[in-house]
Design a protein around this ligand. Structure first.
Ligand code: AMP
Length: 455
């Protein structure tokens, strides 16, 4: 075949159809290595706080029977009505990806007989939750929560301890503008009376309510109070307040919580309209906002409260309990917004460069030796050129580069290059550890000021 006809045939061949790439689902996202530092910081801080305050970690499944959420969160709530990822499983019936974890914690508390352990039982979790919400900044369909639950004790000091813990957690992370909102929504009895009062107040004003609130008036009147529509907001100002309907027990419980918070100097705002979106809450409820919530619902970093009836609702014996959860993606958004400086988890002190196959082998052995000795090293064994390895070393900002070239391999030595002044020195390969330690210690001494700066 002639060159011309080959060219003609190539021209006639249809270009290969590009293969479409696959994207993540709406509201789901990857967290790539470059974004991991804040995640590590928040997680290690969360674990430290939980362990220090006596919480034990519980890891729970992400899939549960749908009935668990219907019964606990409540059928009339937004979450159960429209936000759950629910599937019919071939053998398990209706199952759902968990929209939150408190219900699972309570299920586990009952299933594992934790009612028989010394009370209260304090548990914490970390992991993904799933809600089919309209995705936007700070609102995802898969998001992560750190949660704390305290089961088996009604003492109001526990409510204050939990609020204090979360407040200090945010302070430890370096976040400013933390705004704690507190309210009591009483027990089932006082809430029933209050609900009637609320309906009596709103009914004559029904036509002024938004469509959602018209439905809420019948299904879940308390939720009228956290509608964001300006017209509903205006009506709320004159609405009856739950604190006026608390019975003696609920009132004195709430007063105690407030007393403890005052004693601890935890700043808070009494918010008579804070009701939370889930049915299982009783008595104390709280939310942690960043700045002013009026700006948008996405400013809530976390929230929680008591759920004294939930263990019983899920088949256990009557057990008072409380908990809270914090939305990690939102915390990270604020960390970024406030430009909180986050140290990377691994900061190499030295870089190991190599030339040739034998150089690579010796470099890999040395790298593992240094790692075991607690010296943080970086490397790029796939690179052959010394120049590009030195460039990498520069990017890492290491103080020394350890070079294993052909000559060094033959001599059983390492060429150590001081990256600050360019001075090079030869050391014995077999004495690498003490020699490198000595150099790093000298560098540290040189960098420590002789006289502490007065502040
Ligand atoms: P909740 O269980 O609804 O009180 O949520 C507790 C916290 O989880 C909220 O304050 C948010 O920080 C976070 N959160 C809730 N829903 C979402 C979501 N769809 N996307 C991201 N974070 C969320």
């Amino acid at each position: 075949m002639s060159v011309a006809s080959l060219a003609e045939e190539a021209k006639q061949k249809k270009p290969a159809k590009p293969i479409a790439t696959i994207q993540t689902l709406r509201g789901f996202k990857d967290i790539v290595p470059a974004d991991q530092d804040p995640w590590r910081l928040v997680r290690s801080t969360a674990e430290h706080f939980a362990e220090a305050y006596g919480f034990g970690e519980i890891t729970l499944p992400v899939l549960e029977e749908t009935a668990l959420f219907n019964r606990s969160i409540g059928k009339q709530t937004d979450i159960v009505e429209k936000e759950m990822f629910t599937f019919a499983d071939q053998s398990e019936g209706s199952i759902s990806l968990r929209p939150e974890a408190t219900a699972s914690v309570v299920r586990a508390y009952i299933n594992h007989g934790m009612l028989n352990l010394p009370q209260p039982v304090k548990l914490y979790y970390w992991g993904p939750m799933f809600r089919r919400e309209r995705p936007q900044a700070g609102r995802l369909r898969q998001f992560n929560q750190f949660g704390l639950e305290v089961l088996g004790d009604s003492n109001p000091v526990l409510d204050a301890e939990l609020i204090n813990l979360t407040y200090n957690f945010f302070r430890q992370l370096g976040l400013s503008a933390i705004n704690i909102q507190v309210n009591s929504i009483g027990c089932q009895d006082c809430r029933k009376q209050y609900r009637d009062e609320l309906v009596a107040y709103y009914k004559p004003k029904r036509r002024l309510l938004c469509e959602d609130c018209k439905r809420r008036l019948v299904k879940n009147p308390l939720r009228l109070l956290d509608c964001k529509q300006p017209s509903c907001r205006a009506l709320r100002a004159e609405a009856p307040q739950i604190v006026d309907w608390l019975d003696e027990g609920c009132k004195s419980h709430f007063m105690k919580v407030i007393e403890y918070l005052d004693g601890l100097d935890v700043p808070y705002v009494l918010n008579p309209f804070l009701v939370r979106g889930l049915d299982y809450y009783t008595k104390t409820v709280f939310e942690i906002w960043h700045g002013d919530q009026e700006g948008g619902a996405q400013s809530a970093l976390g929230g929680g409260g008591r759920y004294d009836g939930l263990v019983e609702m899920l088949g256990g014996r009557a057990t008072p309990a409380l908990g809270c959860s914090i939305g990690i993606e939102r915390v990270i958004l604020v960390l970024k917004e406030q430009q909180v400086v986050i140290k990377p988890s691994y900061v190499p002190q030295v870089f190991i460069a190599q030339i040739g196959d034998q150089g690579k082998i010796k470099a890999m052995i040395l790298f593992e030796k240094l790692r075991q000795a607690g010296i943080a090293a970086a490397q790029n064994f796939a690179k052959d050129s010394l120049k590009s390895q030195l460039e990498s070393a520069n990017k890492f900002g290491v103080s020394h580069v350890l070079i294993l070239g052909q000559k060094e391999v033959l001599d059983g030595t390492i060429l150590v290059r001081d990256m600050e002044n360019g001075v090079q020195e030869i050391i014995d390969y077999n004495k690498a550890l003490p020699e490198i330690r000595k150099k790093l210690a000298q560098r540290q001494i040189a960098e420590t000021p002789l006289v502490e700066k007065s502040s």
